[in-house]
Design a protein around this ligand. Structure first.
Ligand SMILES: [Zn+2]
Length: 133
């Protein structure tokens, strides 16, 4: 069991647990970055912080980026990862070829999967199990 002390380390560790626990249409690569620039059309408060996370398909893999900017609460970065991983799981092969599928894809299917991930992580010992990864 390795106790990851940094937020980045813990996000990547939970990412390994998620990858081992859930099927996705393509393998998932998780990257932790300092900031994800928001689109110019976003409100000022979102442009200031940037996005918390984003998910898209690139060739035959799914990429998730999670922003761990200085001062961010670890729990926020982890919640963002659970949210984004819900997108990775809920992508279907027929949908995934449509590159427009990214932000805003919060349909019922995503919501159900996200809810299951969230519950497993916080209520069914996933948080604890993830320390093994
Ligand atoms: Zn989303």
């Amino acid at each position: 069991m390795s106790r990851e002390r940094s937020t980045k380390g813990r996000v990547l560790q939970i990412g390994r647990w998620l990858c081992a626990t859930y099927d996705t249409p393509y393998p998932v690569t998780i990257r932790v970055v300092k900031k994800i620039a928001a689109d110019p059309g976003e409100p000022k408060r979102i442009r200031r912080t940037g996005y918390y996370g984003e998910t898209w398909r690139e060739g035959r893999q799914i990429i998730i980026r999670i922003a761990v900017r200085p001062g961010i609460r670890g729990g926020d970065a982890i919640d963002s990862l659970l949210h984004e991983f819900g997108h990775a799981v809920s992508m279907r092969h027929e949908k995934i070829e449509d590159k427009r599928l990214d932000h805003g894809a919060h349909d019922d299917e995503w919501a159900l999967i996200w809810g299951k991930i969230y519950r497993r992580f916080y209520d069914e010992k996933g948080e604890e199990d993830a320390w093994e990864f």
